[in-house]
Each structure stands twice: as C-alpha cells, then as structure tokens.
Design a protein around this ligand. Structure first.
Ligand code: HEC
Ligand code: HEC
Ligand code: HEC
Length: 384
C-alpha cells in the first residue's frame, strides 16, 4: 500500500537506513576514541622516526605489511598484545592495512637489535632465502633533509629541538627507517606483561638424545642462524661456540629472549626449545650429559652400612649398570677393577651419582636408594 505513496515511502526508507548508518558509523565515535582510551605512555614520533614513517609510506611497505594485531588468539600468539585504539593517536595517516604478504609489524619495536634491521633491509634474502621482500639497501645512500623534516614536525605539531633537527643532517633514510621500525608498538609495556611463564618442571626430557639433537639443528637454523650464524660462529649476535650455560639456563634464554637484543621463542613450545638446547649443548659443544639433580637428599648418609639385603640388591644393581664396563666380578674391563677401592661411603656415592666426565656415565636417575645399595655392595659386600 505504501508503494503507492512514493514520498512517504522515500521518507520511511531513508529513516530506516539512517538508523543502521548512525548506529554502525556515527555512534562508535562517541563510544571509542574517547579520552578514556588515551594511553599516557604513547608519545609522538621524534623527528627521525617521523621521517622513517614517511619513507615507509613512500616505499609502500604497507602494501605488504599490516600494522594492527587483531584480538584473535592466533594473532596475539604470533605477534603479541592486540592493538589498542589509543596507540594510534599520533598516526597521520594510520597504516593499519589489511594485506599481510609479510608479517604484521605493529609489535615490531624491540623485537630485534638495530643491526638486524640494517642487515635485513639491505638484503632480506640473505636472512630469509625465500622472501619476496625487495632489497632496500639504497636507502643508506640517501641523506635526510633537515629543513623538510622541520616543516613536517611543525605541521603535525610534534615536539622537536633544533639540535635534534641539525643532527639529522648526518643521517640516512636507512637510519630513519630503522628508528621508525624500533618505535612500532613499543610505547606500551606489553612485552613485560606478556612474558609467559614456564609451567611445569624445568627439566631436559632427554639429554643428549640423537633425535633431539638432529631436530634441534633444524630448529636452530630456522630460528637462530640469522643472528648467531648457521654454525654458531656468530654474525649480528655473538658466537655461541664458547657458551657455558647449563640446560636450564639455556632453556630460559631461548624461552624469554633478552630485552632489546634477542626475541623470545616461547611460541616454539617447550619441546622444540629443548631440542635446540640439546643441539647446542650436546650436538655442538659436546658437553657431558647433565643429569638433573635428584630431589634434594636430606643428608648424605649411608642408610644401612653393611646391611645384608642392601648388599644383595646392590649386587643386582651392579650387574645391571656396571658389569659391562667393570666386569662380572669387578675384575675390570673397559673400566678399572674395583676390588681394591678406597673410598668413603659418601665419596663413592657422589662418584656413582655424578659419573666421571667422558669416561663413565652418572647414575643420578636411578635414585638414592639404589645408589646406596651399590655403595654397600662395593664397600662391604665385595671388599670383605
Ligand atoms: C612484496 C612484499 C613486501 C614489501 C613491499 C615489503 N616487505 Fe617486509 N616482508 C615481506 C615478507 C614476505 C617478509 C617475511 C620474510 C622476511 O623477513 O623477509 C617481510 C618481513 C619484514 C620484516 C621482519 C618482520 C619480523 O617480524 O620478522 C620487516 C621489519 C619488514 N619486512 C619491513 C619492511 C619495510 C620497512 C618495508 C618497506 C621499506 C617492507 N618490509 C616492504 C614482504 C614485503
Ligand atoms: C634477532 C637476532 C637474534 C636471534 C634470532 C637469536 N638471538 Fe640469541 N642473542 C642475540 C643477541 C643480540 C644476544 C646478546 C648477546 C650478544 O650478542 O652479545 C643474544 C644472546 C644469546 C644467548 C646468550 C649468550 C650469553 O651468554 O650472553 C644465547 C644462549 C642465545 N642468544 C641463543 C639463541 C638461540 C638458541 C636462538 C634461536 C632460538 C637465538 N639466540 C636467536 C640475538 C639473536
Ligand atoms: C661406560 C663404562 C662404565 C660404566 C657403565 C661404569 N663405569 Fe665405572 N668407570 C669407568 C671408567 C672408564 C673408569 C675409569 C675412569 C678414570 O679413572 O679415568 C671408571 C671408574 C670407576 C670407579 C673409580 C675407580 C677408581 O679406582 O678410582 C668406580 C668406583 C666405578 N667406576 C664404579 C662404577 C660403578 C659402581 C658402576 C655402575 C653403577 C660403573 N662404574 C659403571 C667406566 C664405566
């Protein structure tokens, strides 16, 4: 019936459409981007960062890189804390983008050291052979124009000092780009907040395991080689061939990263990190396998010196663990004969627990009770 009254129909239809338009397009401006969204720690770009940003736009980096981390689990796991509207107050124009040929860059600042960016920008393929990101090495040949930057800062109303502007005369476009990339997403302290905790017991699941070492080598090449060199010889970051840290500490280094120097690799998950630990400590550095400390023993004391049944069980343990090297009757084989030992009980216990580097494996893993049984067998049973 209304279709016969065109004017009324037009008014009603327009009204209906406007309701939707107002709710989805106008009201949000009242709900978001209010003073409450302002983040105190977000500061304007410095002169050199702003110049880097303009070069970023000039070169069309935003055609391949977005700058917004969506509040999706997959995005947050990969890139870090999702983007807040208050982080973009000084972005003119914004560079959120929707094309991700390369990774999102919104949380890039502080992920890598400066040297990494110089190397990567100069030739991404040196670091990622299959990347299609163009080379930008020529940015290093272009000097900045301080007067031009000064005018931009005036228009934008961002603070700067005359020394700051003058110092730009020696800088190149590459310096500006790196300065800009390091500022991205680093205004809010999300890294500290996101530092995920290691849950569960921190213990190498299979120290020295050849499969772990092999898998660890692949993980190393993929994740660490660009900075530490394909063979740990060092590159942007130090060489790792003289590394002297135990499995646990190395795990934490890789898991947490080092602020402003090295990204954390918590996202690899515990198993892959242990593989890398095994590759470095046992595959390359050929360390003696670190057997985890047994649960803190109350006191180092032979629980039953000379006890018959302890001696008998100790004999069984000996056959299981030692006879291959020391002979069925302690007469010696690969290892020396053990019939004329002269060790205190406690010293013998420690020797069996920790082993002898490069000669004899430690046996912490069989536990204190069985170790003491063997001590009894060797010191009281076999010696007579
Ligand atoms: C043709 C698409 C393309 C263009 C254009 C491009 N990139 Fe990339 N970018 C990539 C790809 C793919 C990767 C992932 C592999 C790599 O790191 O090279 C990448 C990676 C990066 C990374 C490393 C990110 C990380 O978290 O590891 C940075 C930084 C970067 N690009 C900056 C830039 C800048 C700055 C520009 C503009 C000067 C630019 N890119 C232009 C495709 C592109
Ligand atoms: C973006 C570059 C980069 C990547 C990728 C990287 N590192 Fe690092 N790493 C560094 C920097 C920078 C340092 C600081 C030490 C230095 O160079 O003096 C460092 C330090 C370390 C240290 C501490 C050395 C010490 O005792 O001070 C270890 C261990 C280490 N890295 C292992 C790894 C492993 C394993 C990986 C791969 C999972 C890795 N790194 C990936 C840059 C990187
Ligand atoms: C892989 C072979 C191997 C196995 C298995 C082994 N040992 Fe040994 N053990 C050696 C070697 C080799 C030495 C000599 C190391 C040296 O002094 O440089 C040694 C030394 C010792 C010594 C010190 C001898 C001395 O006079 O200082 C004791 C005690 C000993 N082993 C006990 C044991 C017991 C008990 C077991 C079983 C729990 C065991 N070993 C398992 C190879 C082995």
């Amino acid at each position: 019936m209304w279709e016969k009254k065109p004017v009324l129909f037009l008014v009603l239809a327009t009204g209906a459409i406007l309701v939707g338009t107002i709710i989805t397009m106008v009201l949000p401006f009242a709900w978001v981007n209010t003073e409450a969204d302002r983040i105190d720690s977000v500061v304007p770009y410095t002169a050199i960062q702003q110049e880097g940003r303009d070069i970023y736009i000039r070169e069309g980096c935003n055609n391949c890189h977005s700058q917004t981390v969506r509040p999706l689990v997959s995005d947050v796991l990969r890139y870090g804390d999702y983007s807040k509207s208050g982080e973009f107050v000084y972005d003119r124009p914004f560079l959120w983008g929707s094309k991700r040929t390369g990774p999102d860059l919104a949380r890039l600042g502080g992920k890598y050291p400066d040297a990494w960016h110089y190397k990567h920008m100069t030739s991404p393929r040196v670091m990622f052979p299959k990347t299609n990101m163009p080379d930008y090495g020529w940015l290093s040949a272009n000097k900045l124009d301080p007067q031009m930057i000064k005018r931009k800062m005036d228009v934008l109303g961002f603070p700067y000092t005359s020394e700051e502007i003058e110092s730009l005369a020696e800088k190149t476009e590459m310096d500006a780009m790196v300065a800009y990339l390091q500022k991205l997403g680093s205004d809010i302290p999300w890294r500290e907040a996101a530092a995920s905790e290691v849950v569960g017991e921190l213990r190498n699941p299979s120290p020295g395991d050849p499969d772990f070492i092999k898998a660890g080598r692949e993980q190393y090449v993929e994740n660490c080689g660009v900075c530490h060199g394909a063979d740990l010889e060092g590159d942007i970051a130090r060489e790792l061939t003289d590394l002297d840290v135990n499995d646990m500490v190395l795990f934490m280094f890789i898991h947490d990263g080092i602020e402003d120097e090295m990204p954390g690799f918590a996202s690899l998950g515990g198993k892959r990190i242990w593989q890398i630990v095994n590759y470095i400590n046992y595959g390359v550095l050929k360390k003696a396998v670190q057997v985890p400390e047994p649960a803190k023993s109350v006191e180092l004391k032979n629980p039953s010196p000379g006890d018959e049944s302890a001696i008998k069980s100790g004999r069984d343990q000996y056959v299981l663990n030692c006879q291959a090297c020391h002979g069925a009757d302690l007469e010696g084989d690969i290892g020396p004969e053990l019939t004329d030992l002269d060790y205190e009980d406690n010293d013998l216990y420690m020797l069996l627990r920790d082993g002898i580097e490069g000669e004899m494996p430690g046996l912490a893993k069989i536990g204190a009770a069985k170790l003491w049984q063997m001590v009894n067998y060797l010191n009281y049973g076999a010696k007579k």
